[in-house]
Design a protein around this ligand. Structure first.
Ligand SMILES: Nc1nc2c(ncn2[C@@H]2O[C@H](COP(=O)(O)OP(=O)(O)OP(=O)(O)O)[C@@H](O)[C@H]2O)c(=O)[nH]1
Ligand SMILES: [Mg+2]
Length: 412
């Protein structure tokens, strides 16, 4: 049976045990090579003797010496039921950029919470990242149950609080799994020390994740990367992000909203039915000159072209964002300068919204809803089915200053 690869990001507050959990999962599933295990054993001996499985992914000497994950790393687990590519991400607030670059690839996430410490600042911020991307399948893991003597009441209290938090954001975890990464309880098989728990082990929860949605079912979307406008037709190169295209099919050119006909489809050799994710050359006939940054879409595309845009952002720059500021908004291959009209500050814990203090502005690592007027109209997918047309990055001319998702104001 063909099994699709599923990419799972492991996120959560610093030191809550993300790397230890991943190392333990790989170890107990027999996915570690002998030399990998030998190397981790030797490194652990130098460091006190107890096998430290966080070193499976924390391989840099700075990571091992500082006992902290600095950058995202990947590890693969191939079981009878699933093929999972894990992305271990750093929990330190200052490393949110590295956390984002790893998490952006994921189809699902494990949110790790320390049983003894409960939810902390990055638990909330990472949940906001998951929501904005959006990652729709989330497993919550309550780790370090050994530190609370595997008490059911501690687990119940914490899992209730986490479920409430998810609910505030219109989300729900698929499972909430109590475990101990260090003592290896409830990792690949049910724990004898938490007989009160009736749910799946961590591995069982992972194996019941849904495979990624087939993008072929969404509307066709082909961003134009390169173009040659010839006398009778145009040749465009790009990647089919979603949906299907066919020779002689009618498509709409966005943002202009003009129609075009596909004369031929080329992918090394002539093909008739390209699938989502493939890089293609298209011969197109239309009555307007085509340019990089435009899109070819199904006539029934559901996408919106607008300049008045509502962005939900995590602000990353040291310089706060204030109404009246200008920034460059990037959505897939499109970018436009935009003026900030107003900013609403969102509390990642309570989900409450207040108008931002205009003198203070939106500060680093804060979450905000920012209304902007873009100078050029942008194509966005308000339903977040075509991810490159929903995710937004902003830069201030020098560096990336925000990450988030975009919605047209009318869609709110
Ligand atoms: N008692 C106990 N300690 C744990 C458990 N899991 C992890 N730890 C300890 O918690 C500390 C942090 O573990 P890591 O796995 O490095 O945590 P992390 O979430 O990957 O940390 P960052 O990547 O830096 O955010 C280490 O000292 C681990 O040994 C657990 O189940 N029980
Ligand atoms: Mg780590």
């Amino acid at each position: 049976m063909h099994r699709q690869e599923l990419c799972v990001a492991i996120v959560g507050h610093i030191d809550h045990g993300k790397s230890s959990l991943l190392g333990r999962l790989l170890y107990e599933s027999g996915a570690l090579r002998n030399e990998q295990l030998r190397e981790v054993k030797v490194a652990s001996q130098r460091d006190g003797g107890v096998l430290d499985l966080s070193m499976v992914t924390d391989q840099l000497s700075e990571e091992r010496d500082g006992r902290i994950t600095l950058d995202s790393t990947q590890a693969r687990l191939d079981t009878d039921k699933a093929v999972v590519v894990f992305v271990d991400t750093p929990g330190h607030q200052e490393l949110i950029g590295n956390m984002l670059s790893g998490t952006g690839l994921a189809h699902a996430a494990i949110l790790v919470v320390d049983a003894a410490r409960g939810m902390e600042a990055q638990t909330y911020l990472h949940l906001s990242v998951i929501r904005l991307l959006p990652i729709r399948q989330v497993i919550v893991v309550i780790n370090k149950m050994d530190l609370v003597h595997y008490r059911q009441s501690t687990f119940m209290e914490l899992s209730r609080a986490i479920s409430l938090l998810f609910k505030k954001w219109g989300m729900a975890p698929l499972n909430t799994v109590p475990l101990s990464a260090v003592e290896g309880e409830n990792i690949t098989s049910r724990s004898g020390r938490m007989k009160w728990y009736r749910g799946p082990s961590c591995l069982e929860a992972l194996e019941s994740l849904q495979e990624p949605d087939s993008l072929a079912e969404s509307a066709a979307c082909f961003p134009i990367q390169q173009i040659w406008n010839l006398r009778d037709y145009s040749v465009c190169l790009g990647r089919l992000e979603s949906g299907k295209l066919r020779v002689e099919g009618e498509v709409t050119v966005l943002p202009q909203g003009r129609s075009a006909r596909i004369l031929s489809i080329r992918y090394h050799t002539r093909v008739q039915k390209p699938v989502a994710g493939e890089c293609l050359g298209l011969e197109i006939r239309t009555d307007i000159p085509l340019a990089r940054g435009q899109f070819l879409c199904d006539a029934e595309h559901g996408l919106k072209v607008q300049s008045n845009i509502k962005l939900e952002l995590i602000w990353l720059s040291e310089n706060p964002l204030r109404p009246g500021d200008r920034l460059t908004v990037c959505v897939g291959p499109q970018q436009s300068l935009a003026s900030v009209m107003n900013i609403v500050l969102v509390d990642p814990v309570t989900s409450l919204r207040v108008n931002v203090n205009q003198d203070v502005g939106l500060r680093r690592y804060e979450l905000g809803i920012v209304n902007v007027q873009s100078h050029d109209p942008l194509v966005l997918d308000p339903n977040a089915r075509i991810l490159p047309l929903s995710r937004v990055i902003c830069h201030d001319g020098e560096s990336i200053c925000a990450f988030g998702c975009g919605k047209h104001s009318a869609a709110q």
